[in-house]
Design a protein around this ligand. Structure first.
Ligand code: ADP
Ligand code: ZN
Length: 517
């Protein structure tokens, strides 16, 4: 059988390819070097399993997840495909069967964990086995600055050179640095054909809102979707419990889920969520990996996710069935401060911290976007798109204004106080508000004192949030989160660049003008 479409239906039981699959299958079958980037659930495994059944030789599949490998091998065997795995969990009989299959040339797919490449004689054995190509799953594990770095992945590049066979690498991680690292380390710089497909999830409505009264905002969002299954992602375990309780009091079936709960409690929530209609789970990011519910109608973020990849993955749990689904992501200056400080205080090497700040910046850019969110989100993943008509900014384009003057006032207040204060005190200076702290420090005699009093505090809070969002200022972990100016702000301060800001986010909405703290 040498017709891909016939194999697709007869072996795999699918009537058609998913977006991107056919092109990738063709390129892999033609023996080209391939780097394919597809979102989780996009159907990557078919792209190396199907070509393995065309032509001769064994396809060596390197994958970091033993459980997943075993699942795939079992499924392939059930479909009548000669597949086997060499993993630490093997029985002797399984291992023997693999060797036999390699020896007599009947084996089509050999799965291996990367650690195995380190064992003695493996290169020679693979050389004799007649490996036709290498397929690498989760190829981003080769990236040292990513989150899943596996040192053993670095052996794959050498193995490819030793065997001199084509290599097909697969990942869902699409940022440009990771892609470049994969090319360098797995292909030794030899340019593979790249495929990037299927990141758009057009049925998911995208929306961001600055935090105003966060609990109220989540309750309102849930109330408008009563009876629908949803997930509220929270930044802390305590918040998952608090919000689940508030939602229950509001008449929704709701429960909490986080890594601090007993395993059987967690499983119970997962089971209920899968079975019941209309349950709301308030969860940390621990919830989701094993959740395969097609009809989740909405996902809300009560706190800003960690990165643009995290955001994409979490909202992507909604609407797997293709029917309309909605999302809402709340964010505020405290989230931005927290995320920055988490990165700075982490143990990662400096290069990785820079990359993490970059991923956070990409998410903040999306939060403060002035045009279609989907265009911006997909462009991060390398895909082009037209304005979508299914995000809050397409629904209602934001009003913008030239914020250059306001930003310069704020930067000037920061510099004149030697980058030692947080937004609250800086806003008191700008609005000319007399407080004890102002008096003690003599800040009422600064030239910037009161220069921004034409606007209220709320207005200035919006400006500071957007300045953080555009990475013009960053909180300094060593100075209790005091704001410091970044390089990006210099051209604005010097009058060489201007900046447009959103006006909509600045107006007090459904809330009294004075907030009691
Ligand atoms: P990934 O590795 O990209 O996360 P998988 O390869 O595990 O995704 O595929 C995700 C799901 O999609 C699996 O259940 C798989 O059986 C299914 N799938 C893959 N290709 C097709 C197809 N052409 N038609 C229908 N279902 C498919
Ligand atoms: Zn849009």
């Amino acid at each position: 059988m040498n017709d891909p479409r016939a194999i697709l239906s007869e072996v795999f039981g699918f009537s058609d390819f998913r977006p991107g699959q056919e092109d990738i299958v063709t390129a892999v079958a033609e023996g080209r070097d391939v780097l394919a980037i597809m979102p989780t659930g996009g159907g990557k495994s078919l792209c190396y399993q199907l070509p393995a059944l065309l032509g001769h030789g064994v396809t060596l599949v390197i994958s970091p997840l033993i459980a997943l490998m075993r699942d795939q091998v079992r499924a392939l065997q059930e479909a009548g495909v000669a597949a086997g795995a060499l993993t630490s969990g093997n029985t002797e009989a399984e291992t023997d069967a693999v060797w036999r299959g390699l020896h007599d040339g009947s084996l089509r797919l050999l799965y291996m964990a990367p650690e195995r490449l380190a064992s003695g004689g493996m290169d020679r054995m693979l050389n004799e086995a007649g490996i036709a190509r290498i397929a690498v799953d989760e190829a981003h594990c080769v990236s040292q600055w990513g989150h899943d770095f596996r040192p053993d992945y670095l052996r794959i590049g050498k193995l490819r050179q030793a065997l001199d066979v084509p290599l097909a690498a697969f990942t869902a991680t699409a940022d440009a640095e990771t892609r470049a690292e994969i090319v360098e380390r797995l292909f030794a710089g030899r340019e593979p054909v790249q495929f990037l497909r299927g990141f758009d999830r057009p049925n998911i409505h995208l929306a961001f809102r600055p935090k105003d009264q966060p609990r109220r905002q989540i309750l309102d969002f849930a109330r408008a979707r009563k009876g629908q299954s949803g997930i509220v992602y929270c930044g802390t375990r305590a918040k998952t419990e608090g919000l689940a309780q508030a939602l229950s009091q509001d008449g929704h079936p709701a429960c909490a889920y986080h890594g601090g709960m007993e395993a059987d409690q967690r499983r119970a929530v997962e089971g209920r969520f899968a079975r019941e209609d209309g349950l709301i789970v308030c969860a940390t990011v621990a919830f989701g990996m094993g959740v395969d519910k097609p009809d989740i109608r909405w996902v809300a973020h009560a706190d800003l996710p960690k990165s643009i990849e995290g955001y994409y993955q979490e909202i992507g749990r909604a609407g797997r069935d293709g029917a309309p689904a909605e999302t809402l992501t709340l964010y505020g200056p405290d989230d931005i401060r927290l995320r920055r400080i988490q990165i700075d205080e982490g143990l990662a090497p400096p290069e990785r911290k820079d990359a993490d700040h970059g991923r956070l910046n990409a998410l903040l850019g999306l939060a403060e976007a002035l045009g279609c969110r989907r265009v911006q989100l997909l462009s991060y993943f390398g895909e082009e798109a037209a304005p979508c008509g299914n995000c809050d900014l397409c629904d209602r384009p934001p009003e913008t204004f030239d914020g250059t003057e306001a930003v310069r006032m704020a930067l000037s207040a920061i510099l004149r106080t030697e980058e030692y204060f947080g937004a609250g005190h800086l806003i008191d200076i700008l609005t000319g508000t007399m407080t004890d702290k102002i008096r003690q420090r003599g800040h009422d005699s600064l030239p910037t004192f009161g220069v921004g009093k034409a606007h209220g505090k709320k207005h200035w809070q919006g400006i500071f949030r957007q300045m953080m969002g555009h990475d013009l200022v960053r909180p300094d972990a060593e100075r209790h989160g005091a704001l410091r100016m970044t390089h990006a702000a210099r051209p604005i301060l010097r009058g060489e660049a201007s900046i447009d800001l959103r006006r909509d986010a600045l107006q007090a909405r459904d809330r009294p003008a004075v907030k009691t703290l």
